[in-house]
Design a protein around this ligand. Structure first.
Ligand SMILES: Nc1ncnc2c1ncn2[C@@H]1O[C@H](COP(=O)(O)OP(=O)(O)OP(=O)(O)O)[C@@H](O)[C@H]1O
Length: 355
């Protein structure tokens, strides 16, 4: 197993710069999830760690050793892709043992590595089958088995579950988590899936436009997003935002909205009165109350089974509430809402969190 250090890593394709200096210290055994919108550079970063893309600037170290110029096969890292990339003419067992056979590993060692990985992944009854006789989930398990038998220093996953249906994804997600608890292998995992990121990660790395926006535990990013981008990106349905001005009040501080309503917030030392700020509140934290301080128009009521999403207009802007209260099904045409102070986020003019 290995630590992975990424220092001032940059990537350009010709004149186009796609990663602008990424710093990240990944501890031995840690499970890191990279998230961000399409095109933000997640896969590029992963592929540079694997050695599939050249590093334009900066340094990547695995277990303290610089690997910038090391061929992928010499990095001792296994990559699991969205497309399983299995050899169609080989059985499951042969697919899994392929890399060990290439390395001329002793036959008994190969047999025990394949057998132990197959047992971990529930592949024992399928070892003689060809990939085409397997379901998508089974193929993805073989791809993981192939990675495990090599006992690499680290695993890199590039959206490994995105070809699977929702139920299978949920099942495989739990399996990956159990596998990591068992193997404790350093892992870097790219995904678009919020739940995968939140449930699998020891730490999430949120990226945007080739720049790391925040690194932290899933709940750190959820509860204290460092800026507007992370606040809006993490969480589904996403955080609501309202613009206003930061004001001092007799009791403390507040944010004055466009209609003059002052929403009380805890004082922020770094904010000067009358600066423009963005107030953020998650849909599940908004309280519907008869005497609530703001009135919103109900545009749409969406029952999800688990809960209800109310799509509202507040000061002409879209605004969402998530609630478990079935009474919300009969909400409308307007509701009054309150914002509990402890759940309010304030972002300054530059979009940075103001605490
Ligand atoms: N070979 C290439 N030549 C030029 N530009 C490239 C090349 N490969 C990737 N890019 C650009 O680099 C940027 C980052 O791409 P990358 O695939 O890393 O994004 P991503 O965050 O993984 O996106 P997605 O979530 O859609 O997979 C994109 O703007 C992409 O167009």
């Amino acid at each position: 197993m290995a630590s992975i250090d990424i220092e001032s890593v940059r990537k350009s394709y010709g004149p186009v710069s796609v990663l602008h200096g990424v710093d990240l210290a990944i501890k031995d055994g840690e499970f890191i999830v990279l998230v961000g919108p399409s095109g933000c550079g997640k896969s590029t970063l992963l592929r540079m760690i694997a050695g599939l893309e050249e590093v334009t600037g900066g340094e990547i170290r695995i277990s303290g050793n610089r690997v910038n110029d090391l061929a992928p096969k010499d990095r001792d890292i296994a990559m699991v892709f969205q497309s399983y990339a299995l050899y169609p003419h080989m059985s499951v067992a042969d697919n899994m043992s392929y890399s060990l056979r290439l390395r001329k590993t002793a036959k008994d060692k190969i047999a025990s590595a394949v057998s132990s990985a197959a047992t971990k992944l529930g592949l024992d009854p399928l070892l003689e089958r060809r990939p085409k006789a397997l379901s998508g989930g089974q193929r993805q398990r073989v791809a993981m088995g192939r990675a495990i038998v090599r006992q690499p220093k680290a695993f890199l996953f590039d959206e490994p579950l995105s070809n699977l249906d929702a139920r299978l994804r949920e099942q495989m997600r739990a399996e990956i988590k159990k596998l990591h608890a068992d193997l404790k292998a350093t892992s870097i995992y790219v995904t678009h899936d919020q739940i995968e990121a939140m449930t699998l990660a020891d730490r999430i790395v949120a990226m945007h436009g080739g720049v790391v926006q925040q690194v932290g535990t899933p709940l750190e990013l959820y509860d204290t997003p460092a800026n507007l981008f992370v606040a809006g990106f993490i969480g589904s349905p996403g955080m609501n935002f309202l613009e206003g001005r930061y004001v001092k009040t007799g009791e403390g501080a507040g944010v004055r909205l466009s209609d003059g309503t002052v929403v009380p917030v805890a004082p922020r030392a770094g904010l000067a009165p009358e600066t423009t700020v963005t107030l953020g509140i998650r849909p599940e934290h908004v309280v519907i109350a008869k005497d609530g301080m703001l009135e919103a128009t109900v545009d749409l009521v969406e029952p999800t089974g688990f809960g209800i999403i109310l799509h509202l207009s507040l000061h002409g802007l879209p605004f969402k509430i998530f609630t478990l209260d079935r009474d919300a099904l009969s909400a409308g045409p307007t509701v009054r809402v309150d914002f509990p102070q402890k759940h309010l986020h304030v972002f300054d003019e530059t979009g940075s969190r103001a605490d």
